[in-house]
Design a protein around this ligand. Structure first.
Ligand code: GLP
Length: 238
């Protein structure tokens, strides 16, 4: 694993964007694995600026990692809404090329179809953030490393962490659809971003703890091309 230590969030976002640019330059039809949360917002800001400067994303295919279950369609905290708000509405990504797990149909069928689409479009670059407990996407501790797209029950810590985006903690869904750890590991290249003291334990577990399902991010040590971009606060326990 390559580890890039940076000063802060801004520098982390710049580095991530330079790795993203390399993949956009090298591929005719780049397949991008995208994440939600606060971590990739800086990167998405830079991707929007790149579009304003003349770059077109029309030829790009995207897959999002996960989506809540049980939120009404169009809910402002759905990951679909987040992606349109923070990236797709201000760029020219094409609707037909955008894949986000559909939270409105039969979850089992949706999971199978999603994994099938992933197999037909291998991800060139997967962007990942880290949960405070070392989760990746919504793969909570205990998830098998060979898991594929599936329905998960969210842990109390994850619901607590994500409650800052909702009016009340009770409003945070209890379930989600997520790409599995095995689905994520199929990507050709993975870029993990970690910023801030709240991620220090997860970064420690990912790099220096045992490779174990207790820390889902430790599975990334089994992948041949992972870059971790970590800022000073997130690296403080190494
Ligand atoms: C959620 C998402 C993850 C994300 C994590 C960290 O649980 N499912 O994909 O990495 O939050 O979020 P943040 O970047 O806001 O810290």
């Amino acid at each position: 694993m390559e580890i890039i230590k940076v000063k802060d969030y801004e520098e982390m976002s710049e580095k991530a964007f330079s790795l993203m640019r390399a993949v956009l330059d090298d591929n005719k039809h780049p397949v991008l694995g995208l994440a939600t949360g606060s971590t990739p917002l800086g990167l998405y800001g830079k991707m929007k600026r790149f579009y304003e400067e003349g770059f077109s994303y029309k030829h790009c295919i995207t897959f999002n990692l996960d989506e809540y279950l049980g939120l009404p369609e169009g809910h402002p905290q759905s990951y679909r809404h987040y992606m349109y708000e923070n990236l797709f509405n201000s760029t020219d990504f094409q609707g037909d090329n955008i894949h986000i797990p559909d939270s409105t149909g039969d979850p089992e069928t949706i999971c199978n179809m999603y994994e099938h689409s992933l197999d037909s479009n291998r991800i060139d670059l997967q962007i990942l953030g880290l949960g405070g407990n070392g989760h990746i996407a919504f793969n909570e501790p205990g998830t098998p490393f060979d898991s594929l797209t599936h329905v998960v029950d969210l842990t109390e810590q994850t619901r607590e962490d994500n409650s800052r985006f909702f009016e009340r903690k009770e409003d945070v869904p209890t379930q989600a659809i997520t790409m599995g750890i095995g689905s994520i590991l199929k990507a050709k290249k993975i870029v993990v971003m970690a910023s801030g003291a709240a991620k220090a334990d997860a970064v420690y577990g990912m790099l220096e703890g045992p490779v174990s399902t207790d820390c889902p991010a430790s599975a990334l040590r089994n992948h041949p091309d992972v870059v971790l971009i970590v800022d000073e606060e997130a690296a403080s326990k190494l």
